[in-house]
Design a protein around this ligand. Structure first.
Ligand SMILES: [Zn+2]
Ligand SMILES: [Zn+2]
Length: 96
């Protein structure tokens, strides 16, 4: 179950709604550099994936971001406008 969050940037005041965490439709790793999320569907993960291994698998399956960064499930939420991770996060609900 993912969370629907609202981020407010401390630097440029951009307010954005983002989804944090895995969804029914798959994992949503974020780019470590720009914060862009990419969906990785569970059927692409090996059935025998250990919990300790799937985070690495998600990173491999998500590939490389258009900015050149890579994706991880624990990358910080970022402002979609200026890419700062200095954002206030307010949970608005759940997403699935
Ligand atoms: Zn990126
Ligand atoms: Zn910003």
């Amino acid at each position: 179950m993912g969370l629907l969050v609202q981020t407010t940037c401390r630097l440029c005041s951009t307010v954005a709604q983002q989804i944090d965490g895995p969804l029914m439709s798959g994992y949503r790793p974020r780019c470590v550099d720009c914060g862009e999320a990419r969906l990785v569907t569970p059927d692409r993960l090996g059935e025998d994936a250990e919990p300790s291994a799937w985070e690495r698998q998600v990173t491999v399956l998500a590939g490389t971001c258009s900015c050149g960064g890579w994706f991880t499930v624990d990358a910080p939420l970022r402002c979609p406008h200026c890419r700062s991770s200095e954002v206030e996060v307010e949970v608005e609900g759940t997403a699935d």
